[in-house]
Ligand binder design. Structure first.
Ligand code: PMP
Length: 422
């Protein structure tokens, strides 16, 4: 069996080679369906880790890939440029919050976070503020698996706590306690205010996931927190980095999480859904204030340049994906998905194992009282004909935007059925 060879040779994400969890072989994927080698077709509730927003095997994205591959699939970006990168860069500047004018492409979300952290550090170095070298991050935050990104993930409960003491020591404030629709009061931001006020001389930037903390437990928090965080960063001369890798491109019901608060960060990271789930590509955008400062001082260069930077194939597909998004009236689509998730998941609120059910945009979450046993639960979802991969204490849905109401109902019903057995 091929899956035996998989066990012999391969290491899967966050997994053990000596006690590997179950894996299912995929032979095809079309629309919202993932087809397994045994012929079963699963409805995908994960959008392949939140990126496959238009569904699998999309004719428009396929065509964009074919057209570009017949021209050229890659050239180095040092000293060369091409239409796919230029067009995509222009589109990103247009759709991201106002003021983000310069685009730096990279290969993955984690790398785009490394780039953002470096930009912030080089900005302050260029200004002669050499002590501003630390970052503030929120507990429950998650920003990627590379070294710098790990240092700004939750240091105790996050998946990188194993490396505590080895990573750069950053500053952390509690995860926002004001839930998405809760009444705001200033005590919710007091810890952040006090930290910035006391230590701003050594702080380069605040990094956060706007409105939804994703891999840290799908926590939704008040846009007012974001608004006040922006004001505090201005007041205390600290840059604001928005990690929109998971929240970007419509997932929360706005194009970007920052749009809920009507704010613009100084630096933004986008990835995941950028290519509609076809290829790994990310971008870090910054304001001209940041880029001009970095480039105005010695050495006058931004010190980063991945081999596959601005890969034409990925850029061409991303550009086609953004066009699809603008043509599909994505906001109406998310507006249709949200109430269906609400109604479909609401009965879980009555189950003994469940702490809370919450929905925002095209994200539906059942938070449990206890962490799940992923290896035990996953086969149960497959038996129900759906692909849902819980983590930590959450069973959640982030379906492709093209999902039909009946398919969404099937996903919700499967979640209820599996969670009711806990
Ligand atoms: N930031 C956030 C908010 C993410 O959710 C993720 C991935 N789950 C990353 C960064 C890292 O992205 P990648 O896996 O593409 O490196």
């Amino acid at each position: 069996m091929l899956t035996d060879l998989d066990k012999e040779y391969l290491w899967h994400p966050y997994s053990s080679t000596t006690r590997p969890g179950p894996v299912w072989q995929v032979v095809g994927a079309e629309g919202v369906h993932i087809e397994l080698a045994d012929g079963r077709k699963l409805i995908d509730g994960m959008s392949s880790w939140w990126c496959m927003i238009h569904g699998y095997n999309h004719p428009v994205l396929n065509q964009a890939a074919k057209d570009q591959i017949d021209q050229f699939s890659h050239v180095m970006f040092g000293g060369l440029t091409h239409e796919p990168a230029i067009t995509l860069g222009q589109k990103l500047v247009e759709i991201t919050p106002e003021g983000l004018e310069k685009v730096f492409f990279s290969d993955s979300g984690s790398v785009s976070v490394e780039v953002a952290l470096k930009m912030a550090l080089q900005y302050w170095q260029a200004k002669g503020e050499i002590d501003k070298t630390r970052f503030v991050s929120l507990r429950r935050g998650y920003h990627g698996d590379t070294w710098g990104a790990m240092s700004v993930c939750d240091p105790d409960r996050g998946m990188h706590h194993l490396f505590k003491g080895m990573l750069a020591e950053q500053l952390f404030v509690d995860s926002p306690s004001c839930k998405f629709a809760d009444q705001w009061n200033e005590s919710h931001i007091e810890e952040l205010r006090a930290l910035l006020s006391a230590q701003s001389k050594e702080i380069a930037a605040l990094i956060l996931e706007p409105v939804v903390q994703n891999a840290g437990g799908m926590h939704f928090y008040s846009p007012e927190y974001l608004k006040r965080a922006r004001e505090l960063c201005d007041q205390y001369d600290v840059l604001l980095i928005a990690d929109e890798i998971a929240t970007g491109f419509g997932r929360t019901g706005k194009m970007f999480g920052c749009n809920w608060a009507g704010i613009s960060p100084d630096i933004i990271c986008v990835g995941k859904a950028l290519t509609g789930g076809y290829l790994s590509l990310a971008a870090t955008l910054c304001t001209e204030r940041v880029s001009d400062e970095i480039c105005g001082a010695d050495p006058g260069l931004f010190m980063h340049g991945p081999t596959y930077m601005g890969n034409p194939l990925a850029c061409a597909i991303a550009s086609a994906s953004l066009d699809l998004l603008s043509q599909m009236e994505w906001q109406d689509k998310i507006c249709d998905i949200e109430p269906l998730l609400r109604v479909g998941l609401a009965p879980a609120g009555e189950l003994p194992a469940v702490k809370e059910v919450r929905v925002l945009g095209a994200i539906g979450v059942i938070e449990l009282n206890q962490p799940v046993n992923q290896s035990e639960l996953q086969p149960k979802f497959v038996e129900q004909g759906v692909w849902v991969r819980p983590f930590g204490s959450v069973v959640y849905l982030m379906p492709p935007y093209i999902i039909e109401p009946e398919q969404l109902q099937q996903l919700c019903a499967a979640c209820l059925s599996v969670v009711s057995e806990l």
